[in-house]
Design a protein around this ligand. Sequence first.
Ligand code: PGA
Length: 248
Amino acid sequence: MSASYNPVIRIVPNSESVDHYAAEMVISQIRTKPDSVISLPTGSTPENLYNLLVLAHKNDDLDFSKVTIFNLDEYWPISKNHPSSYAYYMRKHLVDHININSTNWYIPNGEAPDAQAESERFEAVLQQFTPDLTILGIGPGTTCHIGFNEKGSTIDSTTRYVALDPQTRSANSKFFQNPTDTPTGAITQGIADILRAKKILLIAKGEGKAWGIHRTINGEIGATAPSSYLRCHPAVTIMLDQAAAHLL
Ligand code: PGA
């Protein structure tokens, strides 16, 4: 196991404060280094963060023209135009509202016929960059997933197809009109990819994340809680609202 470090833990009063501080971190990253490479999550947690970034672009000229974005994951298989695909999510919440160059936005292709070939393609592109900042959510319940690295993920894992944990499928079924349509698998950046970032920010809100946050910070580092690998990285901030922090 690599050396372990203590992440910086910031507990803020409520979920809006999480959004606010996370947005400040991204904005300051882009202002300091306009050609920043940033890995981004999807899901309900970062939705308002993206609203704030769009506002910063529209009202304060935050310039994304030289920024590169990598998404952490995408369901597979799924159409890019499916309203619950992460490609659609990103266009709806961020990409269509900022001045990013479309060739600087990378997301695994949920329509690719072969998940392994697509994972290798995405990994090869990602390897050409070093993310300056990677933002993460954390999975529901006891999953402790980051990206879609479910239990069993190893520290040296790279982009690959993964089967989704039943808790993940159950939590994400709210995004699908018919819950049985929730995909059973996804393509995700691996743990090694995530740990290559210069800085990492994990954001978590609400009671449903409290057990996972406690396990991430206080449990053994290893594949039974993939988020615990973050303690092998020297520059991690974990930003929590009171509810997500209540077991600490
Ligand atoms: P959520 O998902 O933001 O919808 O809770 C987070 C995750 O599964 O990583």
